[in-house]
Write a protein that binds this ligand. Structure first.
Ligand SMILES: [Zn+2]
Ligand SMILES: [Zn+2]
Ligand SMILES: [Zn+2]
Length: 335
């Protein structure tokens, strides 16, 4: 377990929704000989070399239990900020400023989201609307065409060709006029203003942007003591037996957890870390902490005359071997 951290608050005993004596789980997590054999058999058959259509049975020699504990803290947060927006004004009714100071953003009622479900929503702020003339087109709704500079036409390429050549052959593109109509503005010289979409006026307003996110942290224990050679990243993909689950508006550091004892310190440190990460622009809506025991066993087995080993881990009984079976050379005498 990583180092713990001390905190000023008094940890109190929380109301856990699932809290069984850890000893109950000892029996659940034991990888029986049959389970070990099944897992290794699956692994061996998926790694068989091509010259052996029928696999030999692996013989389990020794199963060493080495369970680890995983503490996980999830904090569901809400952040808010105000964003200015502007769109063409099409005559719609607006919430004009009423002279009252705007409400604090945390006093505005928004709907309650589904807990631990990440999303983002925008809500118009009442009383923030203001209509102004479009600065880009000066309220005309149209602006000078950038393609032709406002003339509605431009010089044809033929005008740069030598006079001799143009006299001999009439340019098919401009019929000899040396001018071409601008296709961007259809020869009008002006185009609909892209800012106000031709309305001439813009509606400036503010909206409240609310984001819901989940902070997740997890720590596994017992690893260094056991000299576990299983890459820890693999454990993220498996589940364990839940020993404790505490789900509340805010959770308190776990107290009185004796097996393993480091869980309490880890819980205290991560809860404080999540509070620090949150800061004033972020509110905690819900927290959930879990302690899981992940079953892991080191299995030694005999296969095709060699003594091999692997780890079987998680409730899913996945297999990890440092030396992959398919990379080992066996004598393939039978074809
Ligand atoms: Zn043009
Ligand atoms: Zn031309
Ligand atoms: Zn405009």
């Amino acid at each position: 377990m990583e180092q713990g951290a001390s905190m000023g608050s008094d940890p109190c005993t929380p109301c856990y929704t699932s809290n069984r004596d850890p000893r109950d789980y000892r029996n659940l997590i034991v990888l029986t000989l049959d389970a070990a054999r099944d897992a290794v058999r699956r692994y061996v058959s998926s790694s068989n070399c091509c010259c052996r259509p029928r696999a030999e049975e692996p013989v389990i020699e020794r199963v060493t239990q080495m369970p680890i504990y995983r503490y996980r803290l999830e904090t569901f947060t809400e952040t808010r900020h105000v964003e200015k927006i502007c769109k063409p004004y099409t005559g719609q009714r607006i919430d004009a400023p009423d002279g009252n100071p705007q409400a604090e953003i945390w006093d505005i009622d928004v709907y309650t989201p589904k807990m631990f479900h990440e999303e983002s929503k925008k809500f118009p702020l009442p009383g923030s609307g203001e209509v102004k003339m479009c600065p880009k087109c000066g309220g005309r709704g149209r602006s000078k065409c950038s393609g032709c500079g406002g003339s509605g036409q431009f010089r044809c390429r033929c005008s740069s060709v030598s006079r001799q050549k143009s006299r001999n052959k009439r340019c098919p593109s401009c019929s000899g006029s040396h001018r071409k109509r601008c296709s961007k503005c259809s020869g009008r010289g002006r185009r609909i203003c892209i800012s106000c979409k031709g309305e001439g006026r813009l509606l400036y307003s503010q909206q409240l942007v609310v984001k819901w996110k989940t902070l997740r942290s997890e720590v596994v224990s017992n690893v260094s003591e056991q000299g576990l050679s299983l890459p820890l990243i693999l454990l993220q993909k498996v589940t364990g037996e839940t020993m404790l689950m505490d789900d509340d508006v805010t959770v308190h550091p776990i107290a009185g957890f004796t097996d393993p004892p480091e869980i309490s310190g880890t819980s205290e440190r991560l809860i404080q870390d999540h509070r620090n990460v949150c800061g004033p622009s972020c509110h905690i809506l819900r927290q959930r902490q879990t302690v899981e025991m992940i079953p892991i066993a080191h299995v030694q087995y005999g296969y095709r005359g060699r003594s091999l080993s692997c780890h079987v881990y998680g409730r899913e009984r996945r297999v990890f071997a440092k030396r992959r079976l398919r990379n080992l050379s066996f004598s393939c005498s039978v074809l």
